[in-house]
Design a protein around this ligand. Structure first.
Ligand SMILES: Cc1ncc(COP(=O)(O)O)c(C=O)c1O
Length: 417
């Protein structure tokens, strides 16, 4: 029995069976590679679902963890420590927001955003304004697994087993301005969007839809809340993907890559929204702890020092170009889209998408499939063109083999006729 077999047997007995894991035991990582128990190196184009922004074993992350863990790991939010103000300053300066609350995960940041919106609407009502409690979320959205996040997430499979969810959520057709206008009213306290939907298949909002959401919210005092948990912190070549649109939200949320792999989330808001919160209304034991904050500061400073926003833009453009030329050779690729290092290639069948992910794994390259037919690329920001070439070559082989097989089957079928 291998070590992997032992772990699989133990997990199947001991863990809630929430994941269908790939049978690989990872033990360490280096740069853009993650390495299994036999020393096999995998090119990681998924970075732990958009988390390991600086890849693996980055000296800045290692140094921050080592130094901070020697100094202080946890204090609770009842006391001050060095990290929160420094991190909040960096985040507010880069996002155009005014204030921050730190959480541990993306879904917690999103819960904080929903609570802020309800509290803000309550404040406006107490001031005589007419703003309700309803949320408008988007079809194909994904905001997380806790109750509020789940209730504002579109796909029924995430919500229905746990029904009833949080009431007061209505879904708007994606990028459908007429539907948004029809469903918006004074009952709405917030419009909820991802600038580029992640789990929904790397789908960007249109400029028109985003601008209309901003205008409608502003017209009543409702809030525009933008979830940047997957698209934020430099992944698209800007700190937040909404900055590509020149649109400023009232609240935004960050998590995944914020501390390069150490759990942390953040909800950021304007001074106007912050009026609605006072001591005791919201909190967390672990959120914004010294360790996570120190690492997040190191990640931000490294992204800046090493010019990784420009690098993500440049290598992302190269990845898109190479995927487009692959699409020109392979009919199975029906669309290529994305921004920076948040990229998708949509295929013409769910079976082929699943097969492609499995075949890439056999070639020691990690990608995944979202929304059934979409191959998703969320690599570390330190990815180089040579890594893109390796991945494109592998995809080319897989699609060629698949097309040849399909042609042979058709020919075989024709012969039988
Ligand atoms: C856009 C978006 N929001 C929220 C979440 C939830 O984050 P977490 O898994 O850290 O709770 C995710 C996770 O994939 C996400 O992509």
């Amino acid at each position: 029995m291998t070590r992997l077999d032992e772990i699989r047997a133990a997990e199947s007995r001991l863990l809630l069976q929430t994941y269908e894991r790939n049978p690989i035991l990872f033990v360490r990582g280096e740069g853009v590679h993650v390495i299994d128990e036999d020393g096999v190196k995998y090119l990681d184009l998924l970075s732990g679902i958009g988390v390991n922004a600086l890849g693996y074993g980055h000296p800045a992350v290692e140094k921050a963890i080592a130094e901070q863990s020697r100094a202080l790991i946890h204090t609770s939010n009842l006391f001050y420590h060095e990290g929160q103000a420094g991190l909040a300053l960096r985040l507010t300066e880069r996002t155009g927001m005014d204030r921050v609350f730190f959480s541990n995960t993306g879904t917690e940041a999103w819960e904080g955003a929903l609570k802020l919106a309800r509290a803000h609407a309550g404040l406006l009502r107490s001031e005589g304004r007419n703003v309700g409690t309803k949320f408008l979320a988007l079809e194909q959205s994904f905001h997380g697994r806790t109750f509020g996040s789940m209730s504002t997430t579109y796909k029924a499979k995430y919500r229905e087993p746990f029904a009833p969810g949080v009431p007061g959520v209505e879904f708007v057709r994606f990028n459908d301005v007429a539907d948004l206008r029809a469903k918006f009213s004074e009952e709405v306290c917030a419009i909820l969007v991802e600038s580029i939907q992640g789990e929904g298949g790397i789908r960007p909002l249109t400029q028109e839809f985003f601008a209309e959401a901003r205008a409608l919210a502003s017209s009543t005092g409702a809030l525009l809340i933008v979830d940047e948990i997957q698209s934020g912190m430099g992944r698209t070549g800007k700190w937040c993907a909404y900055q590509h649109y020149g649109i400023q939200p009232d609240i935004t949320t960050l998590a995944k890559p914020l501390a390069g792999g150490v759990p942390i989330g953040a909800v950021l808001c304007t001074e106007e929204v912050a009026r609605a919160i006072h001591a005791g209304m919201h909190g967390t034991t672990f959120g914004g702890g010294p360790l996570a904050c120190a690492v997040a500061i190191a990640v931000i400073d490294t992204i800046e020092r090493d010019g990784l926003l420009a690098h993500a833009t440049e290598v992302g453009e190269y990845l898109l170009t190479q995927l487009r030329s692959l699409a020109a050779r392979h009919e199975a690729i029906v669309d290529v889209r994305g921004k920076g290092l948040m990229v998708a290639a949509e295929l013409d069948s769910a079976d082929l998408a699943k097969l492609t992910v499995a075949e890439m794994l056999k070639k020691n390259i990690l990608i995944n499939c979202t929304s059934d037919t979409v191959l998703r690329f969320l690599p570390p920001y330190i990815l180089e063109r040579a890594h893109v070439d390796t991945a494109i070559e592998a995809l080319d082989e897989i699609f060629t083999q698949h097309a040849n097989l399909a042609a042979a089957q058709t020919a075989g079928g024709n012969n039988r006729v």
